[in-house]
Write a new protein. Structure first.
Length: 364
């Protein structure tokens, strides 16, 4: 009996191998993966399409696997509409899984960010919050009162409250994409109510959160962005980035008391995380907007430079301490602002922008 079973297994393996050899779909899939890993995304998409076309079976694990690869290739190729469409196909044949919902939301947000960047620069002082440029530590920032030809230059140099803003005007054709992205995000969020306890893909949902937040800020939908950040904070899966962005938006809206509380809560949160051994790089936002607020004396804004995932909680903490001092300037509590800027210099060393602000405060 044992011999006959072994023979049957051998025969089954041979049949399966013959089937694989006869069907080119597996070869197309492997070619697609090789081109994807090699950075030839357009050819990878062609290969994955061939694999799907060569598959004559009812959509199953193979087709789902190939579609996931194709969506990734489309996203990396910058064809965000195609990537969203592929994720929507996956939602139809493999349920509305959290992964598909979040990746579709991220692709839609990335599309909107591209539209905003192509649309120019928002008006100075708009509520597309200050510091919404690519970020990292404050010392690497660009000041709006510096004579440069960059898009960060503004004409509101001397007016307190003038702020650097995300590039882009409100684009009507972004409205539907933003709405759909939020719908997918919230569906994914509801699938993982215990995010703080590790329920669901926390890093992926953080990436979606910060990408969507950036788009909402750029579209001047600041209160929608604040609601997203509050949701993340209340659920317990936020990083210091959510507190900082919320504070910057509130500052841009002139709600300085609420901004102060956001920065203070964020500082306490990050200090606690660092004390417990946390403080690694944040989620990939694609634009990392852990920026700093405008200086009270000159109206100049600074934002740090750095790539996706490069902003650490320590750097966000530095930015929030700076922003808290700037917020006190706006509230005209110069004594507290002077003390906080002094503490900032003691902690992080000489900074010409802060020293300029201190000189201004000493005249008040």
């Amino acid at each position: 009996m044992a011999v006959s079973v072994a023979a049957f297994v051998f025969l089954a393996v041979c049949i399966l191998a013959a089937g694989c050899a006869a069907n080119p779909k597996y070869g197309y899939r492997e070619d697609g993966i090789a081109h994807l890993q090699g950075g030839d995304y357009e050819q990878a998409i062609v290969d994955f399409d061939r694999a799907i076309s060569a598959s004559e079976s009812i959509p199953g694990q193979f087709e789902t696997d190939v579609l996931c690869y194709r969506a990734e290739a489309e996203y990396l190729a910058g064809d965000y509409d195609a990537a969203v469409h592929t994720y929507e196909i996956l939602m139809q044949i493999d349920r509305e899984k959290q992964e598909y919902l979040l990746k579709a939301a991220i692709a839609l947000a990335k599309k909107c960010q591209g539209n905003v960047a192509a649309g120019g620069v928002a008006a100075p002082g708009s509520d597309a919050a200050a510091g919404s440029l690519s970020a990292a530590g404050a010392k690497a920032g660009v000041s709006a009162d510096t004579d440069t030809d960059t898009d960060t230059d503004t004409d509101s140099k001397e007016e307190p409250g003038g702020a650097l803003s995300v590039g882009g005007s409100v684009l009507a054709d972004n409205t539907a994409s933003v709405k759909k992205a939020l719908e997918y995000y919230h569906k994914a969020y509801l699938q993982a109510p215990g995010l703080a306890q590790g329920d669901g893909d926390v890093e992926l949902i953080r990436t979606a959160l910060y990408r969507l937040g950036s788009v909402l800020e750029a579209e001047r939908l600041s209160q929608d962005a604040v609601l997203l950040y509050d949701q993340a904070i209340d659920t317990g899966f936020a990083t210091g980035e959510a507190y900082n962005r919320k504070g910057l938006i509130l500052m841009g809206d002139g709600r300085y008391g609420e901004a102060r509380m956001a920065f203070e809560d964020g500082i306490a949160f990050v200090e606690s995380e660092l004390a417990q051994g946390g403080g690694g790089a944040g989620a990939d936002t694609g634009t990392q907007v852990s920026g700093t607020a405008p200086l009270g004396a000159s109206g100049a804004g600074v934002a740090a430079g750095g790539g996706p995932g490069e902003v650490t909680e320590s750097e966000i903490l530095e930015n929030m301490r700076y922003n808290l001092a700037a917020d006190y300037v706006y509230m005209r509590d110069y004594e507290t602002a002077l003390r906080l800027y002094g503490e900032y210099l003691e902690e992080y060393g000489s900074d010409p922008k802060v020293e300029k602000e201190l000189a201004f405060l000493l005249t008040r």
